[in-house]
Design a protein around this ligand. Structure first.
Ligand SMILES: Nc1ncnc2c1ncn2[C@@H]1O[C@H](COP(=O)(O)OP(=O)(O)OP(=O)(O)O)[C@@H](O)[C@H]1O
Ligand SMILES: [Mg+2]
Length: 262
């Protein structure tokens, strides 16, 4: 009998449609404890959709989604909210509240979901901001931050409740190379030191190969290759090798290329 208990997250035969477009097509994906699973795929292939399904923000049309033993797709609202506290999400577009300072954005989950004192909260907020190199900016408003700084604040907020699973949507996009390496190392140390499991969506190949313990390539609604980074690097699948090399030659652009070169 199949069980989801040994996985941190699992999508089981998930189909997801937006209007009449099928974005995920009978897709299955397993995330094991302490994996750093990198999801690769073209823009619009459904990577953010996978993260939103794991978080329970979206409901699939078919199939089920698990976080540990909990079937996210069947949980009542209150229970879902409680389970979600164990999952941190770094959104692709940071999603900070524009009317709150950096400190207040990061503190929000602690203020809403715990009864910690202001002193305790400040201490934890400082700790997390320190991790992402943003402690000196805690009194700034989001509008005063660069894109990369917003991303780092969003990361601090995702870690504030010490989640077991962190979902990263393009965590290093828009960061300079040094800060990108800092975030990569943070993602690695979270899993090695704090036993955090992560799912990372990224287009940055250097970063992907630095952090991944596993990789999955999404194409036309399905996972077409999955395994250790080495397996993807050596993949004979022309879609995978084209994607990894960034070449314009191959099946990915077929059909669109004539339009580009016309
Ligand atoms: N809420 C929504 N309503 C309608 N269509 C949606 C919605 N969310 C996503 N889509 C569509 O689903 C597809 C996948 O979107 P998704 O955001 O998951 O892609 P992605 O792989 O994260 O792309 P990118 O790399 O550009 O961020 C796209 O065609 C998008 O237009
Ligand atoms: Mg996306």
């Amino acid at each position: 009998m199949s069980t989801a208990n040994s996985y941190i997250a699992e999508l089981r035969e998930v189909t997801m449609q937006f209007e009449d477009k099928t974005v995920l097509d009978d897709l299955s994906l397993k995330v094991r404890p302490q994996d750093r699973l990198v999801i690769l795929g073209q823009s619009g292939s459904g990577k953010s959709t996978i993260l939103r399904l794991i978080l329970g923000i979206l409901q699939p049309h078919e199939g089920s989604v698990f976080f540990k033993q909990f079937e996210i797709t069947r949980l009542p609202r209150r229970k879902l909210q409680r389970v979600r506290r164990h999952i941190g999400m770094v959104y692709q577009y940071s999603a900070l509240l524009s009317s709150r300072t950096v400190r207040d954005n990061v503190a929000l989950p602690l203020e809403e979901l715990t009864d910690k004192s202001r002193e305790e909260i400040d201490k934890i907020v400082d700790e997390k901001l320190e991790l992402v190199g943003m402690k000196d900016s805690k009194h700034l408003m989001p509008s005063e931050l660069s894109g990369g700084m917003r991303k780092r604040v969003s990361l601090a907020r995702a870690l504030i409740l010490d989640p077991e699973l962190v979902l990263f949507d393009e965590p290093v996009a828009g960061l300079d190379p040094v800060m990108a390496s800092v975030i990569d190392e943070l993602i690695i140390s979270l899993s090695e030191r704090s036993k955090v499991t992560s799912v990372i969506v990224t287009h940055e190949m250097d970063s992907a190969f630095r952090i991944a313990t596993r990789m999955a390539m999404l194409y036309h609604g399905k996972i077409i290759e999955e395994g250790e980074p080495k397996k993807l690097k050596e993949s004979k699948n022309p879609v995978v090798s084209q994607f990894l090399s960034g070449s314009t030659e191959g099946p990915i652009l077929e059909g669109t290329k004539d339009a580009i070169t016309a």
